[in-house]
Design a protein around this ligand. Sequence first.
Ligand code: RIB
Length: 309
Amino acid sequence: MKPRIAVVGSVNMDLVFRTPRMPAVGETLSGHEFRQIPGGKGANQAVAAARQGADVAFIGRVGDDGFGQYSIRCLSEDGIDVSYLSAVPDIATGVAGIIVTDAGDNSIVLAAGANAALSAENVDAAQTAISSAQLLVCQLETPLSTVTRAIQLAKQHNVKVILNPAPVQALADELLQQVDYLVINETEASQLSGIPVTSQESAHLASEKLLQRGVSAVLLTMGEQGLCITEPGKRQYIAAIRVDAVDTTAAGDTFVGAFAVGIGRGLDIHAASVEAQYAAALTVTKLGAQTSIPSRSEVEEFMQSRAAG
Ligand code: RIB
């Protein structure tokens, strides 16, 4: 049986500029290339889960425009149920302006557009998709009140919750208490815990602070520094998978989507994280968000090739 996953989240069209370096303030810098690539943290996580073999329902909003229509078509082509992804009149689809340098660093500016119109009522209308899922996946590119409602609904139906609180904002303990897996990076962990995360030790300390606030498990992704998993009374560390980085955009999203599928398949938190790390590492080797998210067979081949040495 395929894992069933509901994703409540954002859809963006990513306007990607490849440049030799980051422009300085006031500078006009010539880039190498421009691409329009479907993105948005929610949509990326849904695509990652679908490409890893899950049945995915996506709950979100786009604008009534070309970017929105194209984004919906791309999600459908990945086999994602888009019945709860509707267009809002007179608002633009969310857009992300992304600069990717030759060194693989990126900077992102967001205009939320229709993502800001995703309401608690839209989530209520998708109750069947949430209640019939094994896991609910949320991020914070849509209103917090909407995410809160989705998490409440999931808990009412014993659906496990994965929250990726990006972009980070203050979160109430009542919300964190309903989160089974909190997937965060160093910046988000530092901000949510008040403990600067600079090392494995500080990562576990910050995570333990979040456990005290009610989360069941924290997965703190630290890029090349690996992954710290913290549960009550248990600390685990998984080293990063080394690859030649082209663009890190959507690596975190791929981790979240693939991790959800691993848990949905019955893997434990460590095994699901290892698979998710391989999937995320492959994402880093290609340009763009949904253009770089690997399929299940690509991840399996990659894992086998690394195991073979
Ligand atoms: O996490 C990567 C995503 O962040 C991009 O696809 C962009 O749309 C922004 O939402």
